[in-house]
Design a protein around this ligand. Structure first.
Ligand code: MG
Length: 230
């Protein structure tokens, strides 16, 4: 079994500190152009696409060079500004990560965050970065649907054994997490610790949706059952 965790709204919440760091980075690089993320798809979105949408809105360059500068400056800003106090691990999230490791599952990240900011966030939430030896990140695909095959290939490379999409559980808090799982033949576990109610996650096609990840034994048993019988 392979278990891929989303970050924001799933493993942790930064209560707006992540968004504030992103806005501060735009101001640092371009001056105060009245930057706002209103109307830009944040939850479940990919950081590179969020950056592009903001640049287009304000007539800024979207070259690779401009992106590399933003990516680096945002990482520095988040590292400096995001405190452990602002970063709240969601109930049961860390326990489920550890339990999945203990039962021999592959465990990785599947997130809209950049790789470096992903690990800043999980560490500030008190979950060791080494819990996620691989992942797929927010500047590595044109949409979230591109990320599961990358994460699975990296799991295969890391563990030296095959993982099938049908043995892969993607845990996330938005319909976009569910969609990227189902579009790739993976199993979708929705969790309502982000902005989206449990019912909406079920309606979007989640195989299971829960209010929180707090019930480690039942979630682990469900994941083992649903990946074994396929
Ligand atoms: Mg999320």
């Amino acid at each position: 079994m392979l278990v891929l965790f989303d970050i924001d709204g799933t493993l942790l919440r930064t209560e707006g500190a992540g968004v504030r760091a992103m806005l501060a980075t735009f101001r640092e690089l371009h001056g105060d152009l009245g930057f706002s993320l209103d109307g830009i798809q944040m939850a479940g979105g990919l950081d590179k696409l969020i950056w592009e949408a903001m640049c287009l809105r304000h007539g800024l360059a979207t070259s690779d060079d401009a992106h590399a500068k933003f990516r680096a400056a945002y990482g520095d800003r988040l590292r400096a500004d995001l405190t452990a106090m602002q970063t709240r691990a969601m109930p049961g999230a860390a326990a489920l990560v550890h339990a999945a490791h203990d039962c021999g599952a592959g465990v990785g990240l599947l997130t809209g965050n950049y790789e470096h900011t992903a690990y800043i966030k999980v560490e500030r939430a008190g979950i060791p970065a080494k819990c996620f030896p691989f992942g797929a990140y927010g500047d590595q695909g044109a949409s979230r649907r591109d990320l599961p095959p990358l994460a699975i290939a990296r799991a295969v490379a890391h563990h030296g054994r095959p993982f099938d999409p049908s043995q892969t559980v993607i845990i996330g808090d938005t319909p976009l997490d569910v969609d990227c799982a189902k579009a790739n033949g993976c199993i979708a576990l929705g969790v309502a610790t982000g902005p989206v109610p449990r019912e909406t996650l079920l309606e979007s096609g989640a195989d299971l949706a829960v209010d929180t990840l707090a019930d480690t034994p039942s979630l682990l048993a469900w994941m083992q059952g649903v990946t074994r019988r396929r």
